[in-house]
Write a protein that binds this ligand. Structure first.
Ligand code: NAD
Length: 294
């Protein structure tokens, strides 16, 4: 049996279309144009590519994009002053500070200075706490996108056995919270987990967010399970080139799983779509306008 390939690119495109329609409606009915400010310090090539795709997605959705590119030797005081200005700017509904920041910067202090109502990355402790206690929150984009992909296969995740490999603050932990909110039975595995393969074999839903190329083998997967591969790893490819692979050995896994996301073209495009979704949500909440159902 070969798994259904979950087309993250198409699902993200459809979500972006719905967000664009909701944004147009917001403008017509309330004169509100959501705005996202993206702060990039330094010239890390991967960050530059990522920031460009976010800005493009924002503009395509009919929103305003405010890009702030700072030199690598930016000071803590300059960065904090910019965040304070963006917090106060009425046209900015979402603020995204691209990580990693240069080494002289205290990243935690910068992220914690963002107004939680504009924290579209969902990293601020206020949003982390709200998510964990079931209050309305801006949740991190990669976990949001990952759950949406699982729900593209199963309309309800209630009662399903979900295993999340990885316990980072950015992916693993918020993913667990979102899955609990969907009433899944959740196990979180990490680098100290014993018998990881056995733990994975229990999963109806398996999420891999580790950062180790093709670590999850085909025989770790329960037949028919849904596999969401969050990992993005650059490895040597053909003819001296490099290629991207996930944390799951895709070729083996697709013969066992019921449904699986590819890398690239799975979770990655959903992360970008959820950045603009969070910007739309932040704009609606800020203006006291009901959030559109997208
Ligand atoms: P991280 O390094 O912060 O966390 C990795 C987690 O994996 C840790 O909790 C660790 O305990 C666990 N781990 C490490 N080795 C393990 C092992 N041998 N067995 C079990 N668990 C192990 O990474 P992160 O930021 O959470 O990212 C994880 C992966 O997801 C990376 O490949 C990253 O590039 C990718 N990622 C993708 C997107 C996207 O948009 N698709 C976004 C963010 C991260």
């Amino acid at each position: 049996m070969s798994a259904t390939i979950i087309d993250g690119k198409a699902i993200a495109q459809s979500l972006r279309g719905k967000i664009a329609a909701a944004t147009a409606d917001l403008k017509t009915r309330h004169g509100l144009v959501p705005g996202l400010a993206v702060v990039l310090a330094g010239n890390d090539p991967a960050s530059e590519v990522y920031v460009r795709s976010k800005s493009k997605a924002v503009v395509e959705a009919g929103m305003q994009s405010f890009d702030h590119k700072l030199p690598r030797d930016v000071t803590q005081a300059e960065l904090m002053a910019l965040v304070a200005r963006l917090n106060a700017d009425k046209n900015v509904h979402g603020i995204l500070v691209q990580l990693p920041l240069p080494k002289q910067i205290d990243s935690t202090a910068v992220l914690n200075a963002i107004d939680p109502a504009k924290d579209v990355d969902g990293f601020h402790p206020v949003n982390v706490g709200r998510l964990a206690t079931g209050l309305p929150a801006l949740a991190p984009c990669t976990p949001l996108g990952s759950v949406r992909l699982a729900k593209s296969v199963h309309s309800s995740l209630s009662g399903m056995d979900a295993v999340v490999i990885g316990r980072s603050n950015i992916v693993g932990k918020p993913l667990v919270q979102l899955l609990l909110a969907e009433n899944a039975t959740v196990t979180i595995a990490h680098s100290k987990t014993k018998n990881l393969a056995d733990v994975c074999r229990r999963a109806d839903l398996l999420f891999a967010a580790v950062g180790r190329p093709e670590m999850v083998r085909g025989n770790w997967i329960k037949p028919g399970a849904t596999v969401i591969d969050v990992g993005i790893n650059r490895v040597p490819g053909d003819a001296g080139k490099t290629k991207l692979v996930g944390d799951v050995a895709f070729t083996e896994a697709k013969d066992v799983a019921g449904a699986i996301t590819p890398v690239p073209g799975g979770v990655g495009p959903m992360t970008i779509a959820c950045v603009i979704l969070n910007t739309l949500r932040a704009a609606c909440a800020g203006a006291g306008v009901p959030e559109p159902d997208v």
